[in-house]
Structure formats: structure tokens, C-alpha cells
Design a protein. Sequence first.
Length: 485
Amino acid sequence: MAQFELDYQPTAKQQLFHASGAYELLYGGAAGGGKSRAVVMEAVVDALEHPGVHSYLFRRSYPQLRDTLIREALTVLPRGLYQYRQQTHDLFLPGGSVLHFRSCRGPQDAYQYQGSEFNRLFIDELTQFEKETYDYLKTRVRAKKALGVRPFIRCTANPGGLGHGWVKAYFIDALEPYVVRAFSTYSQLLGENTVQTRQYIPATARDNPHLHPGYIAELEQKPEALRRALLLGDWNVFDGQVFGEFCDDASGYESRELTHVIRPFSIPEDFTIYRGFDWGYTRPYAVGYWAKSPDDVLYRFAEIYGCEPGQADRGLRQDPRTVARRVADFERRELPGRKILGIADPSIFDESRGEDGCIAAIFAREGLYFAPGDNRRLSGKMQLHTRLRFDQNGRPGLYVFSSCTEFIRTLPALVYDRQAPEDVDTRGEDHIYDESRYVCMACPMVNPPPPPRALRPPKDDPLELAPARPRPQNPYDRALFASGP
């Protein structure tokens, strides 16, 4: 094959991406860091160096593929070196290697690849995919020994999107940046432990010296959440976040001011205890314990979450009786003698769910009783917003114990549904949110607290002596700034 040069000078971060020996790698964070270009160059160079390799490159839709990965590949490769078939979106290279450009809108599309063999798997914008989609595509990653290559997975992502929560849990929260970490899993079929490695390389817009300064300036002018996500690669706040007002500030754990997360305490006897429940089998079930104080403040003090350890949004596949006994054991141990009011998804009262009767009846045999929750989605969402709002003293109507880590992880990761812009995208990990809104609807806050005084400057301030009004951090708070005193 003739010698040629590719027009590509990788940045320092891109070099780390190309040099990684990890099985799974996420290059994620800010926009403009050169992530998509790195994916294409990795696929192209790898395919040229390893004849016969079949690499699959995914985006959620074909227009996204056409405008990014396909265009980049056709631009960087010399004409005459490749053959691109428009009908199938396959790019053939010397030596028999093929780049397969594919779209995948969800799990049903992913299942169409049953029987396929991905020697390399590339996914651009991973946060646009469900965990179930990623998990299934991973099962297609393999290579025959005769090919002489080690399969791998390479992904990119920006914060935000329906997959934000699981991507953050799987790559960002579970890993130290840049460090390759090994995860061991016992194989019953092989009778031994198997080890796979995972790595996260953070990206910021400043990583790319080839980026036009005007693009950086444009990102700097965006609203705070979008700016922090796309310019700095901040995974804790992002555009489209439903509950952007949720605050976990360790400095307020003791004072309980300007934070929703607080240090645990013993629940007083005069508090009313609620048990919220959202059933799940293939996806997690959620049991949340709430205590309402005499002054109408809700405290989430315990939770049982039926999720595979280290696998966001993957259920334990436990039958209702097993779950009921787990919950009953917990209450006998941790809440002996306390009266508990159960509120649950109305679907658990469906009599057609099995030979043993409805899920509610199975729980009742274990001494666990529920009333059907009010399932109005938008009303429940607004009740959560209302309780999360801080009053004039910086105190909300809802607190969460720092020990309730699954609530703290999943609620801030929820995003809006593009088809129903006022509602939560149910493809996200919304199970704890659902049981929480059932409880909030059972304890509605009719009169929301007034905003902190700092949000309401004096009507007349000719000398401009009043403190500056803080910038609204989420769409829910913007109404406060528009309404005035």
C-alpha cells in the first residue's frame, strides 16, 4: 500500500485517547475538545493498521452520523484509498477493514445486531443512549483469535441527555480521571474471574488549540448550566436538567441552610412516617422512607433500591414476594413499632399481574399495606419543585439524609422529555423520583415558601445600595425574577 499522511495533529488529550489500553474508554466533558474527531481518527488508523477489522461507529440518528463521523472520515482520507457505499453507510479500506456507520435510536434497534461481531465499538455522544442499549451493543464486541486483535470500546459524551445519569455513575463517579481501573467479575461458565478495564479522560474546551476563539466566547455567553456543561465539562449541572435547584452542600449539613442534603438524625416519635414504592423488575424498584415533621417538612431518611451494584438502571429481577420480605425485614429491624403509611404506584393493584394476585396483595401478606398514589405526573413534579424551594431563611420543605445516596445520585440526573417538554423523560432512571412524587402528592404543600429575601430587592433604590440580585440557576426560579416584590 502506498505511503500517505493524514492531516491530523492530535492534542494532548487526544493522544491520551489514542494511547489508552483500556477495554472501555469514555472521552467526555466539554464541547469543542475534539472528541468526535478523535473517534474517527482512532477508527481509521486502527483499521489501516489491522487488516480485516470490522469497526462499528454509532450515533443516535443517521443525520447526526452524516454530519459528523461520516463527513469527518471522508474528509480526512485520500480519495482513491477507500470505497464508500452510500446505501449501507459502509466504508471499505485496503486490507479488508470496514468502518460500519450505524444509527441506533434505542434498545429495539440495538437488538437488530444480534449475531453481529464488532471488533471495535465506537459510540459518539454516549449520553444520548439508554443503558440498556449500551449494554446490548457491548455483547456484540468480540474477535476471532485468528484476527489477532484485542477488541475494545471507545465512547465520547457531553454532560446532559437521557443517559446522563448512568454515564456519570459508570464512568465519572466510579473512576479517577485518567487512571485505568480493573473490574473483576466471576464467570460461572468459565469457573474463574474475568477482568475488564475502564478509563475516563475528561475534556474541556481549552484542550483544543485548533478551536476558534469565537466558539469559546460563544459558550461563555450561554446560561450558567449550559455554560458549565459545554465549556467546562461539569457533570453536576447541565442544560435540560429537571431539578437543577437540588443542592448537596456539605457545608450546610449541620445548619440545614441552603442545602437539601443533611446529616442523619433519629426520627422523633411525633413525625409521621411514609413509605413510597415504585415497582420494578427488569428496571429497579424503589422504596423510600419519609418522615413528615409537625411543621410540614419532609425528610427522606432511608431507602431500598433494587438495582444491580455498579449497574445504573438495571433491576435485580426479584419477584414481588422476595422484595416484600426484604422490605418487611428492614422495617422490623430499623422501624420496630412505628406506624408507616404506604403510598405506591397504582399499577401494583392490577389483578392481572400473576397467579398470586396483584403485587399489593403479595405485600399485604407480609404485613405491608399501601394506598394508591396520585399519579398525576405534572402535579407531582411541581410538588417536588415546591418543596425543594428555599424559604427566606434558606430552608426547603424537603431534606434528604446524606445516607440516601441513590436519591442524591438519580434525582439531579433527570432530564426533560423532548416530546413532552414539561415532563421528566421516563427513559431515564426515574424510579426514586416516582415514589418520591407519590409521597409529595400525599403531603401536598399548598402555600409554597416565599423566596429568600436576597431575591427581592427594595422597590426604590436610587443610590443602588441593594445587593446584586443573584442569577437564576434553573428555569423554575426564573419566575421569581420576573414577578418582582
